[in-house]
Design a protein around this ligand. Structure first.
Ligand code: DX5
Ligand code: ZN
Length: 213
């Protein structure tokens, strides 16, 4: 089963609300990009202030592109977000953080930047729910897909075939088709969906292409 999850990277609450309401009718889950201006150069909304207030049936994945995710989890547990994506590069006690997220009834995945080797997360694979591969440098919307990550994803899937794989960055129908063929199950998509004139049609197009593999 292939999943298409629209990504929202917003610098103001108004921008978040506008983008969210654009995709809301078409999906049951949204990926919220959170950037702290330190782990990545970009700075977005905190995200938890917006999610604590929002009324919707849609579920949220939270992609924490922040240097100290452990410092903000307290606020996230007050929201309805039920899956968290933590970067492998920020490790200051991932084992504790993963355990704590599970104790709070949420799922957690580890994220690898394009240049980070999969070996970095092997010790956590029995404890996490999914792995996300970045196919762009994190923090920016609309970057070009990095072909160089394909080999790493394919090798990982061959070694750990039961681990769900997400890909984030530069996904469009052409890259999605190739990624589905090497075992990717979940696609996080920003600009291809949000910059399109017909958001519902762009999501359907990705779903149908990916499912044909
Ligand atoms: C990148 C973010 C992505 C991004 C995807 O730093 O994690 O979720 O918004 O955007 P596109 O699909 O435009 O690369
Ligand atoms: Zn993301």
């Amino acid at each position: 089963m292939i999943n298409i999850i629209p990504a929202i990277l917003a610098k103001t609450s108004e921008e978040f609300e506008k983008l969210f309401r654009t995709v809301e009718p078409h999906v049951d889950r949204v990926h919220l990009d959170v950037c702290d201006g330190d782990f990545v150069p970009t700075k977005t909304i905190s995200g938890y202030e917006e999610l604590v207030k929002i009324e919707t049936k849609v579920k949220f994945d939270v992609h924490l592109m922040v240097s100290r995710p452990e410092d903000q989890m307290y606020f996230w547990y007050k929201t309805k977000a039920d899956r968290f994506l933590i970067h492998a590069e920020t490790d200051r006690g991932h084992r504790n953080l993963i355990g704590q997220i599970h104790l709070n009834g949420r799922q957690v995945g580890l994220v690898l930047n394009p240049e980070t080797r999969a070996e970095k997360i092997v010790e956590f694979l029995d404890d996490i729910d999914f792995v996300q591969f970045m196919t762009v440098n994190p923090g920016f919307y609309g970057s070009e897909f990095m072909e160089s990550v394909i080999g790493k994803i394919s090798e990982f899937h061959n070694q750990y075939p039961s681990m769900p794989i997400f890909v984030d960055g530069g996904v469009n129908p052409e890259t999605a088709r190739r990624l589905a063929a090497i075992g990717v199950t979940t696609f996080v998509v920003g600009s291809y969906v949000l910059d399109s004139e017909n958001v519902g049609k762009a999501i359907e197009e990705l779903r149908s292409i990916s499912n044909n593999e």
